[in-house]
Design a protein around this ligand. Structure first.
Ligand code: ADP
Ligand code: SF4
Ligand code: MG
Length: 322
C-alpha cells in the first residue's frame, strides 16, 4: 500500500488550565490515524472531544505535547521556513465562521491577497483577477457577482464558497474543514458539502472534515473517526462503522441522531458513582462514566484499539480491546 498523505502518530496534547491550580486536560490522548490521498475523512465527536486541537496541530498552529504528524513521510514539526511555506501551499483550511474570515471594510477580493502575496507574488493584477475568476467559477459562483462586493452582501454559504475558492487557488493536497458547514442553514450546508465532494473528485484533494454532526460525516466521508474525550473510540470505513457500530458510544450516537437536521446531544445518563470520578483521572476507558456496560476492568484498564474487521477499528473491552 502506498504511503498515506498524512500519518497522525500517537498524537497527544495536554492543556493546563486554571491560573493557579494548573489543572491539566488531555485534549488529545494518543490518537493515531492516516489520511490517504484523495480521501474524505470525517473526525466526529461532541463539543470538547479534541477535534479542533487535532486540526490545529495538523495545521501547525499548535505543537503537540507528544506524538507527531508526518506529511508525505516528513515530521511537520521539523520543517524549516522554506519547507513550512511549501507545506502551507499543500495544506489549506476552512473554518466555522465565514464572516470572521473577511474584513467588513474591504471587498471580498481582498481575502485572496494573502494567498497571492505568499505564493504567487510576481503575478500582475490582471493575472490575479483571472485566477480569482476561475476559482470562483470552480465553486459555482459568478465572478461578476462577487468581485468588488463587500462581505455583508453575501450569505454565509456564499462566503464559505469564496473561502473554499481561495483555499483551492494553491491546489492543496489537503483541506482541513473544521465545522465548515455548521453555521450554514440546512440547504446551503448540503451544497457546500457537495462542493467538498466535487473538489475531491476533480482535484484529488484529501479533506479532513471536522464535525460534531454524525449525519454530515456519514453523508460526505469515506472514512469516519469517532472521538470521545480526546481518544479515538471507533474508526474505519464509513459504511462499516455506520452499518456495524460496535463501541457503546457510537451506538448511542446513532440511536440519538435520527436524521440530518437534528443536532446531536448526549441523551444518556451519567451514573452517580461516575460523577465522583473525574474522567480525566480515569486510568481505563474514558467512556466508563457513561457506559451501561462498564465493569471494574473498564475503569482500570485502558482499552486498546483493535481491528475487528477489515478497515474497522474499535477501542472497547467488549470487543477485545485488551
Ligand atoms: N488553548 C486551550 N487552552 C486550554 N484548554 C483548551 C485549549 N484549547 C482547547 N482546550 C480544551 O481541550 C478540549 C478539546 O477542545 P477542542 O479541541 O476545541 O474540542 P472540539 O473541537 O472537539 O470541540 C476541551 O476541553 C477544551 O476546553
Ligand atoms: S471499554 Fe468498557 S466502559 Fe469503555 S466502552 Fe467498552 S464496555 Fe464501555
Ligand atoms: Mg472544535
Amino acid at each position: 500500500m502506498s504511503e498515506p498523505l498524512v500519518r497522525v502518530e500517537h498524537l497527544t496534547r495536554v492543556f493546563t488550565s486554571g491560573f493557579i491550580s494548573g489543572f491539566q486536560i488531555k485534549a488529545v490522548d494518543d490518537v493515531s490515524f492516516n489520511i490517504r490521498e484523495g480521501e474524505i475523512i470525517s473526525l466526529v465527536g461532541e463539543s470538547g472531544s479534541g477535534k479542533t486541537t487535532i486540526g490545529r496541530i495538523i495545521l501547525r498552529l499548535l505543537p503537540p505535547t507528544s506524538g507527531r504528524i508526518l506529511f508525505k513521510g516528513e515530521d511537520i514539526m521539523k520543517f524549516n521556513k522554506k519547507q513550512l511555506k511549501s507545506y502551507y501551499k499543500q495544506v489549506q483550511a476552512v473554518f466555522q465562521d465565514p464572516f470572521a474570515s473577511f474584513n467588513p471594510v474591504y471587498p471580498v477580493d481582498r481575502a485572496f491577497d494573502m494567498i497571492f502575496d505568499s505564493f504567487f507574488p510576481d503575478l500582475s493584477h490582471g493575472e490575479r483577477e483571472e485566477l480569482i475568476a476561475k476559482a470562483l467559477e470552480d465553486v459555482g459562483l459568478n465572478p461578476d457577482e462577487v468581485l468588488g462586493k463587500y462581505p455583508h452582501q453575501f450569505s454565509g454559504g456564499q462566503l464559505q464558497r469564496i473561502l473554499i475558492a481561495r483555499a483551492l487557488l494553491v491546489e492543496p493536497s489537503l483541506l482541513v474543514a473544521d465545522e465548515a458547514v455548521s453555521m450554514l442553514d440546512a440547504s446551503t450546508r448540503i451544497d457546500v458539502l457537495n462542493l467538498l465532494g466535487d473538489v475531491r473528485d476533480r482535484l484529488g484533494t484529501s479533506v479532513l472534515f471536522v464535525t460534531h454532526d454524525l449525519a454530515l460525516g456519514y453523508y460526505i466521508s469515506d472514512t469516519t473517526l469517532i472521538m470521545y474525550r480526546g481518544r479515538l473510540v471507533e474508526f474505519g470505513d464509513t459504511e462499516r462503522v455506520f452499518k456495524n457500530p460496535l463501541h457503546p458510544y457510537t451506538r448511542m450516537l446513532l440511536e440519538s441522531v435520527p436524521d440530518l437536521n437534528v443536532k446531536w446531544e448526549f441523551k444518556g445518563e451519567i451514573r452517580p458513582e461516575a460523577e465522583e470520578r473525574s474522567v480525566y483521572e480515569i486510568g481505563g476507558c474514558n467512556y466508563a462514566p457513561r457506559c451501561p456496560f462498564a465493569t471494574e476492568k473498564c475503569w482500570k484498564v485502558r482499552p486498546q484499539v483493535v481491528e475487528v474487521e477489515k478497515n474497522h477499528w474499535v477501542a472497547c473491552h467488549l470487543h477485545g480491546g485488551e
